[in-house]
Design a protein around this ligand. Structure first.
Ligand code: 13P
Ligand code: SF4
Length: 303
């Protein structure tokens, strides 16, 4: 039996669902029941009512968020080493220090944070809604972390004062993009639209026609009249566009922009995860309760 068939069989037996982030490799995208960006995955998890188990092919903070939003289900991650390096850059002590310095500020944290950090936030945001979340608040000063580039993008699009925490939080994958990558490709594909993720550096964002989350990029390729798109995010987003929007051409701006941790999952690990019901992701109750209210505050705005 092919491994894909085996996975389908065990999945049914265990009443499980497979969720995957847009950066998962082709073979995982093909077997997943739902693929999305961080916001779409958060919203999806709140709507799964009839499953006992969720296998999350993404990074640690995504599986943690799934548990926080749906603790009655068994949440599994095929490889627990799949950690988002950016999420690990923000320490609870950094947030506490910033709160002391700016006591009147609201704390807005990117979903790319660990649960213990989320527990310190007033509200969570994703790359799809960061500006709207910040603008929805009454406070004029916003402590924002951990991505400095996303913080700067928000600062550009709001009148509020944005305090980035930590000083230099970043995504190593999106830091790989340089203006030359886009300039060179634009010479070759002059009609192509440039779509860039807000985790990219400001000089890269400046070259973009649109700054979007990964889900926003997919929608743009579907809705735009353009036929070609130069994509400034992790390479496997182009895999998803190729699969689902085959009449459009998605050109990766830089083919080496690979999130290594997202690729830790494989079909073999996914099968073992289902069979052995590992690796289970849980969050301590007290932290989960506080983090959930910050995530729900975001969901209430966008659901
Ligand atoms: P999206 O929510 O846009 O998919 O971003 C998630 C992420 O980790 C980007 O690096
Ligand atoms: Fe984290 Fe960057 Fe990987 Fe996204 S691409 S999961 S921000 S390390």
């Amino acid at each position: 039996m092919e491994i894909q068939e085996e996975i389908e069989e065990i999945k049914k037996e265990k009443n499980a669902i497979i969720l995957a982030h847009n950066y998962q490799p082709k073979e995982i995208q093909e077997i997943a029941d739902f693929i999305g960006d961080s916001l779409e995955l958060c919203l999806k998890i709140t709507k799964i009512k009839d499953k006992d188990m969720v296998v999350f092919c993404g990074v640690d903070f995504m599986a943690e968020t799934a548990y926080i939003l749906s603790p009655d289900k068994k949440i599994l991650i095929p490889d627990p080493a799949a950690e988002c390096q950016m999420a690990h850059m923000l320490k609870v002590s950094d947030i506490k220090k910033a709160k002391k310095k700016y006591p009147d500020a609201a704390v807005v944290l990117y979903v790319n944070t660990l649960a213990e950090a989320k527990a310190e936030a007033d509200i969570i945001c994703t790359s799809a809604n960061a500006v709207e979340v910040v603008n929805s608040l009454d406070e004029d000063t916003i402590i924002f972390g951990p991505d400095r580039n996303l913080a700067m993008y928000v600062a550009k699009n709001t009148d509020k004062k944005i305090i980035p925490v930590p000083e230099d939080g970043h995504c190593y994958v999106h830091k790989m993009f340089k203006p030359e990558h886009f300039i060179r490709l634009k010479e070759k594909y002059p009609d192509a639209e440039i779509l860039v993720h807000p985790e990219c550096d400001p000089e890269v964002q400046e070259l973009a026609d649109h700054i979007l989350s990964t889900g926003g990029m997919i929608r743009r390729t579907m809705e735009s009249d353009s036929k070609e798109f130069i994509i400034g995010t992790e390479v496997d987003l182009c895999t998803r566009i190729e699969r689902e929007v085959p009449n459009k051409k998605a050109i990766p701006a830089y083919k080496e922009a690979i999130c290594e941790e997202m690729k830790y999952h494989s079909l073999k690990k996914l099968r073992n995860s289902l069979i052995e019901e590992k690796y289970e992701v849980k969050v301590p109750k007290k932290i989960a309760k506080k983090a959930k209210s910050a995530i729900n505050r975001m969901i209430e705005i966008f659901n």
